[in-house]
Design a protein around this ligand. Sequence first.
Ligand code: FAD
Length: 500
Amino acid sequence: MGSLDVTKVLWRRVVAMKIVVVGGGVAGLGTALAAARAGHEVVVVDRDATPMPESAHAAFDWDRRGAPQVRHSHAFLARLRNLLIQRCPDIYESLLAAGATELRFTENLPPALLDFEPVEGDERLCAIACRRTTFEWVLRRSVMNVPGVELIGGVAVDGVIAEAGPAGVVPNIVGVRGRKITDYSPFEVRGDVVVDATGPRTNSAAWLVAAGVIEPEPSVETCEIVYLSRFYELRDGAEVPSTVGPIAGELGYLKFAVFIGDNRTFSLTFAVPTADKDLRVLSQEAIFEAGARQLDLTKPWLDGRARPLTEVHSMAGLRNRRRWFVDGQGNPIVTGFAAVGDAHICTNPLYGRGCSLAFVHAFAFVDSLEQGAQGWERTFHDATEREIDPWFRASVQQDKEAKRIAAAELQAPTAQTDEVDPSGYVRELFRDGLMPAVRTVPDVYRAFLRWLNLEATPDALLTDSVVLAAVMKSHQEKDSRPPEPVLGPDRVSFLAALGA
Ligand SMILES: Cc1cc2nc3c(=O)[nH]c(=O)nc-3n(C[C@H](O)[C@H](O)[C@H](O)COP(=O)(O)OP(=O)(O)OC[C@H]3O[C@@H](n4cnc5c(N)ncnc54)[C@H](O)[C@@H]3O)c2cc1C
């Protein structure tokens, strides 16, 4: 062992802490993994009492009431895949061994990109295809095998334990309390740091208020979409349809995608505006499939080659939400406490960013502990502001645009006005400039995928001069090229064909 390693081991021993993680979803398990491998002692407490299933298929039937989104389609973006390879390659290998596959964006290219020449870095453009339950199952199994981690299921945490400090000093959190869900008996565990990883429905604001913490108002923007997913398994001998390019599309009134899962599974997902009451019928199985059969990209998946594994799961009430744990001067409002993943910042699931950001956040949290017991809160805040918040703001901005389009679809045609819609030009640039350029110009395709996979900053597309020039050119040529492929019928025809 080299001298550097010895120093690291000794140093780690000095700062090793006991970390109590509330929530054993992606963020909680990611935090536990990163913290335990950095030498900390970890206790993970989750409300779901779920014994470890035998296989990925058995994990799909997991009782995960605490995280009901696990039975919705999930994309695991390149940012997450590359972080796994960099920081815990064994987990990446375990995922592949459990049936997950690599989704390489430089293969299976759109037809007009067949002269695409890979460049260095393109190997990073690769996502993971698997069910969310498979991802969590592999992660949990690995975490359980890391020395220094204890996993306690069946405990619903309902408060924090705070240490009274001198006047003027913010509360310090030293543990959590709750109740076992079987017999409601009290539970308590103490540590040096408490991590809230209880996901999008976190109630820790109330726990902190009870402990005397004054938390700033969160930023909340509703997504105003309903998410509908159904999972399928290919029948023996059947193969996935041969397609080129992405299997996803946007019709203004409806977004749709096919997600490849692990072990011959896949899922179809629709996202419809909450305001569009007519489209809610898609939650009925037969109507969901009638809808999918109207779209060229999803139709071949339902030609008898697969059998459904689930009913149609729907989820509403989705939000972009961000909290801060510092005051206006950047000073922590509480010590010994952090929120990681969706409990801190959650974004519209439509953009598929949540699990990737949760993992980035978990590692950023553990890295910030290298500051030692004092002062890590501020370092973690800075990392959150730098790495996660830009994607929160991007999601809110994207949602604004999507809501405008959805509202226009629902409105009856109005009389012509001379009013200029400032977003109209941007929308047109996106539709008639960016998207055709993505399909035909290798540099734009690469830049778009880097952005989509969180491998570039949110503003990278708008600040890349090569991309901008290609988008403007593509926009100027819009009238001289063949019309864009039609992905599906208009809303009225779609509704009529549902037979509802
Ligand atoms: C419909 C939908 C589709 C999505 N699609 C994608 C996608 O394609 N790609 C992607 O990356 N992300 C997607 N997301 C987002 C992703 O699911 C979240 O970002 C991710 O689950 C966040 O992980 P988390 O650990 O913070 O929270 P969760 O995964 O929700 O985990 C929270 C955990 O805390 C536990 N818990 C809750 N309360 C308590 C309590 N009081 N005491 C003890 N334990 C508690 C729960 O049981 C659960 O295990 C989607 C989300 C939704 C809703």
